[in-house]
Design a protein around this ligand. Structure first.
Ligand code: SAM
Length: 290
């Protein structure tokens, strides 16, 4: 049996064979540690029933480990140069399909319907290109896809922000956006040494489990997210300050004071101290005053 793709030796051989030069602009940092990969696959809960969507297979390091455990793997790769390489490295596996597309432009609904069984549990598992982490994840979350979980290697700092709880330093509008759709947790931190080439930033594995229902009742979602962003507008300023400034064309200072009081939220607090439930109460109150 051949060695795993993700060993440093085999990775170098593959790169040499195809004279492959990394494109920094495409966020190409390949994983060269089989243990880390097995860990990712296991923590994602992938089993023989699972359909898996991968974003950016590279030379197939993670794709191979996924194919060993999952029913089927579907991978989106933007870099044309990798297609013949993947064709070669993943040749032993029959349950993989590579789609040559930009994940930000792909019709993921359509591809899922075409390739997976109806009702099959689907997990997204990827070592993401870091330059577009947030747009990729927000697209997946807002697209109403029939997926169970998203398990991704991303910059540690972004993982911490997405999974942060109220009151913590990393808590902000990104935490609230992500946690509106999912239950978020940082599974583990990963050292730079498991990548080739090594990235400039620290990495972590983020796990997002899709919620069936939003955790809070929100009367108008765009208004809610707008109010949340406004509340974190200037982090050191109070809610009273940030909200008066943001809503100055819609509400007078007195109305802002009234709204805060009606929602039983102290105007002297800062956005970083509010839970999702408190933001929902505040947004619903102001929305009803429009
Ligand atoms: N999965 C491989 C691994 O772990 O070794 C490679 C991960 S590398 C961090 C990111 C991969 O995403 C690269 O293969 C890159 O070409 C690909 N990529 C970058 N932008 C993309 C996009 N918009 N759509 C699909 N793939 C993309």
């Amino acid at each position: 049996e051949q060695k795993a793709i993700a060993t440093p030796k085999r990775t170098k051989e593959i790169l040499d064979k195809y004279s492959f030069a990394f494109k920094k602009s495409l966020g190409q940092n390949f994983l060269i540690d089989v243990n880390v990969l097995e860990n990712i696959v296991e923590k994602a809960g992938v089993d023989e029933e699972s359909g898996v969507i991968e974003i950016g297979p590279g030379i197939g390091a993670l794709t191979e480990q996924l194919a060993k455990k999952a029913d089927k793997v579907l991978a989106f790769e933007i870099d044309q140069r990798l297609l013949p390489i993947l064709n070669d490295t993943l040749e032993p596996y029959e349950n993989i399909r590579i789609v040559h597309e930009d994940i930000l432009k792909a019709n993921v609904h359509e591809v899922i319907e075409e390739y997976f069984q109806e009702g099959q549990p689907i997990h997204v598992v990827a070592n993401l290109p870091y330059y577009i982490t947030t747009p990729i994840l927000m697209n997946l979350l807002m697209d109403n896809l029939p997926i169970t979980s998203i398990n991704v290697m991303i910059q540690k700092e972004v993982a911490d922000r997405m999974a942060a709880e109220p009151g913590s330093k990393s808590y902000g509008s990104l935490s609230i956006a992500v946690q509106y759709y999912t239950e978020a947790s940082v599974v583990m931190d990963v050292p730079k040494t498991v990548f080739m080439p090594q990235p400039n930033v620290g990495s972590a594995i983020l796990r997002l489990v899709m919620r069936e229902e939003p955790p809070v009742q929100v009367d108008n979602e765009p208004f809610y997210f707008d109010l949340v962003r406004a509340s974190f507008g200037q982090r050191r300023k109070t809610l009273m300050n940030n909200l008066s400034r943001h809503f100055k064309d819609r509400f007078s200072k007195d109305e802002i004071r009234e709204g805060l009081e009606e929602a039983s939220i102290e105007g002297g607090r800062r956005g970083e101290s509010l839970s999702m439930a408190e933001f929902a109460r505040l947004a619903n109150t102001f929305y009803s005053m429009l």
